[in-house]
Design a protein around this ligand. Sequence first.
Ligand SMILES: N[C@@H](CCC(=O)N[C@@H](CS)C(=O)NCC(=O)O)C(=O)O
Length: 203
Amino acid sequence: MLTLFHAPQSRSSRLVWLIEELGAEVDIHYCDILRGDGSGAPDPANPHPDGKVPALLHEGALVTESGAVALYLTGLHPEAGLGFAAGDPRRGRLLTWMFWASGEFEPALWSKISGAVEADPMAARRYQQATDRLIEALWDGPWLMGDAFTVADVIIGSGIGWARAHLPDSPVIDRYLERLAQRPAWQRARMRDGDPFLVGRAA
Ligand SMILES: N[C@@H](CCC(=O)N[C@@H](CS)C(=O)NCC(=O)O)C(=O)O
């Protein structure tokens, strides 16, 4: 049995999307978190050691960190084709994108949001490198790894969507977001992201 601890409109939303892409059977435990504006509070039922989301429980085993949760779920569903098995020559590139997302891309975005890019030349360089790499990779498309839609598109694509205003003007990025938004799993995930009780009432 798999349970995802998820807070609407947070970093765990991308895992809800991934679950839809994979067709995975995962219970979603909707929980509260402490938000950036000071609202909310950690949910005592959430097993994440810092009270954050996402957290995944699989038969009692805990997985945290978005990239780890995403690769874990993808590995459980090879039939969905969102990852590559060990030995596949494309796997190295996929893992590179996954670790680039948390090691380079997210820090670069935060340094733009915080204003560090304007104040610190190294932060500016890092931001430039990250955005250049992204646009170059998406130039041919349709996905980060060409014709293969992968778990990296879910993780990085959701980050792009969230931080679009902090990325350069680029039709390449905009067209990529449009393609992502056309995916049925993305549309289903948007409905599932919020509290199911509230979504049910709205429908
Ligand atoms: N590196 C972590 C970051 C997780 C994270 O910061 N999640 C936020 C939601 S976007 C959270 O749960 N914040 C609550 C808190 O800081 O207590 C990951 O990607 O899994």
